[in-house]
Design a protein around this ligand. Sequence first.
Ligand code: NAD
Length: 357
Amino acid sequence: MTKKILVLPGDGIGQEIVAEAVKVITILQRKFGLDVSLQHDVVGGTAYDQKGSPLPETVLAKAKAADAVLLGAVGGPQWESLPIALRPEKGLLGLRSGLGLFANLRPALLYPQLASASTLKPEVVAGLDILIVRELTGDIYFGQPRGIRRLPSGEREGFNTMVYRESEIERIARVAFDSARQRNKKVCSVDKANVLESTELWREVVTRVAKDYPEVQLSHMYVDNAAMQLVRAPKQFDVIVTGNMFGDILSDEASMLTGSIGMLPSASLNERGQGMYEPIHGSAPDIAGKGIANPLATILSVAMMLRYSLSQAPLADRIEGAVRSVLDQGYRSADIYTPGMKQVGTCAIGDAIVAAL
Ligand code: NAD
């Protein structure tokens, strides 16, 4: 049966990188018989400009009806002064919560060809292959109450609520342990249980779930130490499982181990296997419109989509093989360029991937 993909380029470089990912999907349809239909729509600041909302109801309905959503990125300085409810990021958070996308899988894999593009010494990062499993629909990003209030003294106070239910912790822990079973069988759970009660409960529940996975080795680490260990000795990790905010920060840090944030894909899944696939970076307003953004994170997100939502693992392998081949040929976007390589733009990288496929 034809699977439905909703394509939401979003804002800034989202438009440029998603165009390259669509080229890749199109070649898979033509050459390898991939049976998918593509629908295109708007989200984020672009949706606000065109329809008055960062996530129009029609778009959320289309996302719910799709098997998978391919998203570019949202945001930009022109929308920063809008009330929070109308800002582009609300479009993204609305998709995540509306689809119930509680599990965010962020692999940080170092392609050997890019070892010298990392700011860390090659021996520290060579062979790096980490999977960060980030909880995506809970924590301080969604907790109530939240807001900015005026105190009797006249001073204003901003406040947010960090909150996790046992059921939310348990289901993300299971995703992490299931993933570790397919990998090197190690889970490191990251929390701040020494000072935050919500993560004290997190640690307790993860420890309980671990009993169902005796073949997987569980360790715990405070988030400040995890941030340090990720740059000191990142290869000690296999699967890292953590909450929404810690995962947001640690996965950006992990991206730099691999050379560039422009290389890292992600999958966000719900309990029905529906998923949203997007690069982990944002809309990069500083380079938007210049045709120099790296589209590989988005193209690799298509590979994750094929694997997790479309049951097409062999085609996912083909895309990942094409990425390796294009890097072998020396093509580099500006963010991963090192002397001696061929620096090319967004479109040329996409074309090279298509040619390699
Ligand atoms: P960013 O990820 O957009 O950019 C950070 C840096 O990385 C910039 O220097 C940028 O040029 C570079 N970069 C990012 N992607 C790249 C790519 N594919 N190729 C080459 N270089 C790349 O983060 P930011 O600057 O903090 O945020 C910009 C906007 O994006 C903000 O409005 C923010 O809210 C939004 N944002 C959106 C998402 C999302 O849509 N998932 C995620 C993070 C930030």
